[in-house]
Design a protein around this ligand. Sequence first.
Ligand code: ADP
Length: 446
Amino acid sequence: MNRLWVRLSLAFGAVVMLAALVMVTVAFLVQQVGTAGGGAAPLNLEGPGGLAEILSRHYQERGNWHDVAPLMAAAGALLPSEGPFGAVLELDDAGGQVVATTRSRPERLPAHDRSDALSTPIVVASREVGTLYVLSASEDGPLDRLRALLLSIAIVGGLLGLLFGVRMGRGLAAPLDRLAAAAREVGAGRLDTRVAPSGSREMREVATAFNTMADDLKASQAQRRDMVADIAHELRTPLSVLQANIQALQDGVYSLDQSEVARLGAQAMLLSRLVEDLHALAQADSGQLRLNREPVDVAALATRILANFQSLAEQAGLSLDQDIPVDLPRPLADPERMNQVLHNLVANAIRHTPHGGRVSIRAWQEGASLQLEVADTGEGIQPADLAQVFERFYRVDRSRRRAQGGTGLGLSIARAIVEAQGGTIDAYSTGVAGEGSRFRIGLPLE
Ligand code: ADP
């Protein structure tokens, strides 16, 4: 009873049956009104001067019912003889024998039909000498037939409705059952489970949405697995370098001089940066990245960052320049976080641009957003790598970048920060050495 298809089947059957029953009732009521009022309306039966009185006088004059037939025929002619309200007259004597009738068949009607009819006793000197009946014109009138037909329609229709409901209910419930089974499978960790879209458009849409959800779940599970493996791998490298160096020191292979301490310190710094980056990413993932948003003067921010990198750029033989109009609108952003992002982009640009190159920061307004771009004239990024540089731990040249101290998380963090502020970040490069790369940030201007 609690199942969808059972409920639908019963509802269908009930609706069809109810509709037919209403029609049967209406037909019955119409018939009642017809025989009770409409049929006898043109004829005065019981009133003064009515047919009953005329018949009574006729009997009184003759002392019997002889020659009453023409009288009855004349009275019967006043009634409609056909149609749903067709009526006939019948006169019975005191013994119940038919004396005269306007029916084509003169035999007596069955008792139950008689009890439905209008009847008037014919009284002469307080003695009942006969009974006048007004009967339905046919024993089985059109309304009776209609009523019987509607009753059968109610039963057959109800059954058909039930059958239709079963079919439809089952058709509706089957894809839902399959979906529920697949959801249980996915819940139990079998993420390869998919459902074949079937049934109505809505059902197919639900199935497709379910499959997309299962795909996403599978992808995010794989991503989580890769992430843990990547973290383990990234931690292992500096830790094993540290361990090997300390072992060598203990074994007396090296003496603890300044350069050795610096090497150990660099590995420890890489480890701590990795942990900090991971923490920032975890915060961004869980939406807990705290942002202190205020109008940011992008020109001042860029000037400060380029000044910080000036000596490093000089050492690398690079020129730094900035092209930002001073009257640019100020986007609402967290200046600390934006500093972190720009710092990362400029550090990357310097790292990937050979001697004699240039690193520049530009900003301009584009509609309702502020565009901020860090461009270099370095080695560029190959198209195949371009789509992946924002992914965690993605490095175009793994071993080289790690040796240079990169965690492979810088761009992922930059993206997380920019997106948390409602912005976008994209990378552009032709991949041709010397044409460099461009990283463009779009921040909404409220
Ligand atoms: P990393 O710590 O390795 O720099 P990032 O997430 O900052 O990690 O960058 C990911 C990778 O993208 C880098 O390893 C590098 O190969 C590539 N990349 C980033 N910026 C540039 C750039 N300006 N020019 C060329 N390649 C770049």
